[in-house]
Design a protein around this ligand. Structure first.
Ligand code: PMP
Length: 427
């Protein structure tokens, strides 16, 4: 570990939570350099929905490289890009009756978000954007301005002009409809909230703590956008690519966003980000929003292989995702019922589940203990108080159950340690 401490900035994050040197990875397993085995319940924060080194993807990449086909081409036309665009149109957009145009942005999620915010402001000639409490949209300055978590939002070094936050679904508890509040602010021209160019929303807040918006609430946001001539941006960077069951997370609610930001698993594990936009919003001049790494040909190859393989028959893949998600939900509920003293509450959909514990440190302790037991699982939420179950969509059932059993062992050993400490204190 010494070279990392010597050379790499203090900004290092995940290496502190999972302090081993990883080397080999296949599917939902990875191994450190000494051959220790870990089950992956984190999936690169949603980048590895198809698992590590998925052979369908790796074989396509190896073949492409061996034939010396083009890797970097700025945004020039390539055969790899053509195949990806055709696949995106025929396998994903057309069957869903979506007529989006697509813009390749810089390769990470935050680039897609920046692009969406910029385009929305340009088209509407308005500067304000509304975001929601606990939203996470990235950490470059524009995206940071619509990200809620105070850990990332030190007022002293940055500006975040022209964004306002509104309460997400359930923010004030189950009995308060937060959309009444939002609508009132927009209706009242003296509310202090400028009419926004766009509202940006996640259908399920991943980093924010696995908070689910109801279908009704999402339709309500869309209604408000239509009533006030505001663009609706769905940030599907983490919840897209099948994470919640269907390919796009907003499919369940039937809404039609004007803009959709997309990244993470679309590149099959390689960096790729894009913005879907209704064609009339495509008001860019040629080259007006540019960048060196827009559209990575290796990621196009990986993406086309994954889309063709998994999404040709979406019903089947979605059913598998939901089936595995049910295993997670059933098993985690059983664990929570067996150990009521931890007070955990489960929520989620598809293959994204979170358990919130009343003791805000407990989720981090479980993550730490589970790692000792050979499982990589992360926390989410403003206080890292939610344990987030995020395995690859392709994980084997057996491995999924093994991972869950190992997490249960972690919970049991933490609870018995706690009991021992209490008993020690009483003696
Ligand atoms: N939006 C959402 C919903 C995300 O979950 C993330 C990353 N966790 C981002 C944007 C930013 O993506 P990136 O880290 O690739 O910039």
């Amino acid at each position: 570990m010494r070279i990392f401490e010597e050379m790499e900035s203090e900004v290092r994050g995940y290496v502190r939570s999972f302090p081993v040197i990883f080397d080999v990875a296949q599917g939902s397993l990875f191994y450190d350099e000494h051959g220790n085995r870990f089950i992956d319940f984190f999936s690169g924060a949603g980048t590895l929905n198809y698992g590590h080194n998925n052979p369908i993807i790796s074989e396509a990449l190896i073949d492409y490289l061996q034939k010396e086909r083009i890797v970097h081409a700025l945004d020039k036309a390539t055969v790899a890009k053509r195949e990806f665009l055709r696949t995106l149109r025929d396998v994903i957009l057309a069957p869903r009756n979506l007529k989006y145009k697509v813009q390749f942005t810089g390769p990470t999620g935050t680039n897609a978000v920046e692009t969406a915010l910029k385009l929305a402001r340009m088209v509407k000639r308005r500067s304000n954007i509304l975001a929601f409490t606990n939203g996470y949209h990235g950490l470059t300055m524009g995206s940071l301005a619509v990200t809620g978590n105070s850990f990332y939002r030190d007022e002293s070094y940055g500006v975040r002009h022209n964004t306002d936050f509104m309460p997400y679904d359930g923010y004030h508890g189950p009995d308060i409809d937060t959309l009444t509040y939002l609508r009132r602010y927009l209706e009242d021209q003296s509310s202090g909230i400028d009419l926004p160019a766009a509202i940006i929303v996640e259908t399920v807040q991943g980093e924010g703590g696995v908070n689910l918006a109801s279908d009704e609430w999402l339709r309500g946001v869309e209604r408000i956008c239509l009533d006030f001539d505001i663009l609706l941006i769905v940030d599907d960077i983490q919840m897209g690519n099948g994470r919640t069951g269907p390919f796009f997370s907003f499919e369940r609610s039937g809404i039609s966003p004007d803009l959709v930001t997309f990244s993470k698993s679309i590149g099959g594990g390689l960096p790729l980000a894009l913005l879907f936009m209704r064609s009339e919003l495509d008001q860019w001049h040629p080259g007006e929003h540019t960048g060196t790494f827009r559209g990575n040909n290796l990621a196009f190859v990986a993406a086309a292989a994954a889309l063709n393989h998994y999404w040709e028959n979406p019903g089947e893949f979605t059913a598998t995702i939901n089936h595995k998600g049910n295993i997670v939900a059933t098993e985690v509920n059983r664990i929570l019922e067996s150990y009521p003293e931890c007070g955990g509450k489960l929520r989620g959909v598809g293959m994204v589940w979170g358990v919130e514990f009343p003791n805000t440190d407990f989720a981090s302790q479980v993550s730490h203990e589970a790692f000792k037991n050979g499982v990589v699982i992360e926390t989410a939420g403003a206080q890292s108080h939610v344990l987030k179950f995020f395995p690859a969509l392709t994980i084997d059932e057996e491995l999924l159950r093994e991972g869950l059993a190992r997490i249960e062992q972690a919970i049991v050993s933490l609870l018995s340690e706690k009991k021992d400490r209490l008993a020690g204190a009483i003696e």
